[in-house]
Design a protein around this ligand. Structure first.
Ligand code: DCP
Ligand code: MG
Length: 428
């Protein structure tokens, strides 16, 4: 984390202590924005999966927590997805073999009397996706534009909403809203561009808040280990050290043609970033092609009522997610995994795009009937053939007299869509 970030750059606005309670309006000065003077926020959740586990199991707060696979008695293969900062202090980290993690941090469940043992929890993507969706909703509320990068990371452009003198308060507001409304901690960086904002959010983790105004960018970056730059991994860092380049400042001062001779065109980009320049605008990501949810039973079951209930819950969750994203769907499908690992997908297409939770329920329920009596390990629900235009317009507000509701097409009957079936294999 920020363990090897250099200290001593007093110019940087650090801000962990809560100085004042704020409302967003206090920070919403509609200043005209110089495109050269953007204000970019990067949000990265702290030990995200572990924080999600702590939200539903508050006893885990302050304890070493490892989220991963393969730690149960008799299992040997698996990896750590993430570890809480307490567990990191014992040497546990993301992507580590679970056996190494267990060596460094024994499991509380099997060593109840060991005061240094930690809590292991299995990965529950569905839950983390839910928590992530709640965080993203807040971010979309707070940013002019938002680029979602991963389940726990996003950039916000807030140029139109604030100004540098109050950027720190804005960033604190972002953290507080996520903490209060979702119950998970985030680290936030603010800078004039994406590359520097990302380094800033990582600078003071966990629960970090680092603001780097435009005239402090170079002083902030200069003392940091060159590996802090996005795009410089361990291999490039080793090469750079071989050339005497240890810090971002060293790289910034290296003539650009030399960096290009080492890394080609990518070198030019790294040199720019080392100098605190990054002209990329914060652009939203492309729209998803489908939305899906799936859920596994603890062991295979042929209890059809239980299977139906699970599919019904997934259908409701997927329909809700589609509505929240303003997505209309034309194809509704299910996935049914039967032992040993046979993946069966079925889908029906509708005559037109809809936003109809009841239909998602009805169609999935009908498709599921084929599997009545079968042993089932896992079920999934997916909507695809998405369209967004109508919903986007309704979100932007409509002219007086126009309906803001998306069109609701109710098909008389559904028909099987072979293309939909073929596409259904890659559930999230
Ligand atoms: N993740 C994973 N496997 C990895 C890395 C990450 O499954 N090798 C998952 C678990 C993390 C989540 O992605 O919780 C987010 O990744 P981050 O790199 O942001 O790591 P964390 O949020 O866990 O920790 P940090 O506080 O360093 O951001
Ligand atoms: Mg994170």
């Amino acid at each position: 984390m920020s363990a090897h970030a250099a200290s001593g750059h007093t110019a940087v606005g650090h801000a962990k202590a809560g100085r004042f309670a704020v409302t967003l309006d206090e920070y919403t000065h509609n200043v005209s924005a110089d495109p050269e003077e953007r204000i970019v926020v990067h949000v990265d959740m702290d030990c995200f999966y572990a924080s999600c586990e702590r939200r539903r199991e508050p006893e885990l707060r302050g304890e070493p927590v490892v989220v991963g696979m393969g730690y149960e008695e008799g299992e040997t293969i698996g990896a750590v997805a993430t570890a809480s900062y307490e567990a990191r202090a014992d040497g546990v980290e993301s992507a580590q073999a679970i056996s190494t993690a267990l060596d460094r941090l024994p499991r509380k469940a099997t060593n109840p009397d060991d005061p240094n043992a930690g809590y292991y929890r299995p990965v529950d993507m569905e839950f983390y996706q839910d928590v992530s969706a709640d965080v993203k909703e807040i971010l979309h509320d707070l940013g002019d534009t938002v680029r979602e990068v991963s389940i726990d990371e996003a950039y916000l452009d807030i140029t139109e909403r604030t100004e540098w003198s109050v950027a720190e308060g804005f960033a604190r507001h972002v953290k507080q809203r996520i903490a209060r409304e979702v119950g998970v901690p985030a680290s936030v960086g603010v800078a004039p561009n994406m590359s520097t904002a990302k380094i800033a959010s990582d600078h003071d983790k966990p629960d970090g808040l680092t603001v780097v105004p435009p005239d402090e960018v170079r002083d902030f970056l200069a003392p940091l280990d060159v590996e802090r730059l996005h795009g410089v991994g361990p291999v490039r860092a080793r090469d750079l050290r071989g050339e005497g380049v240890e810090t971002i400042g060293d790289l910034a001062e290296t003539p650009v043609h030399e960096v290009v001779s080492w890394f080609g065109d990518r070198g030019r980009e790294l040199h720019e970033r080392a100098n605190g320049r990054d002209a990329r605008p914060v652009e939203p990501r492309g729209k998803p092609k489908s939305l899906s949810r799936e859920s596994a039973f603890s062991e295979a079951t042929d209890d059809y009522d239980e299977i139906r209930e699970r599919v019904e819950a997934l259908a409701a969750a997927v329909a809700d997610r589609a509505s929240r994203k303003g997505a209309l769907y034309r194809t509704i499908g299910i996935k049914v995994v039967t032992p040993p690992y046979d993946v069966n997908t079925r889908a029906n297409s509708l005559p037109g795009p809809v936003d109809e939770p009841d239909l998602v329920h009805e169609v999935t329920d009908e498709l599921l009937r084929e599997f009545e009596g079968d042993d089932v390990r896992k079920v999934g629900v997916r909507v695809s053939n998405l369209s967004f235009s109508e919903a986007d317009q309704s979100k932007l507000g409509t002219w007086a007299g126009e309906s803001s509701d998306p069109p609701r097409v109710r098909p008389r009957e559904t028909e099987t869509d072979p293309e939909g079936q073929a596409n259904l294999g890659d559930f999230e």
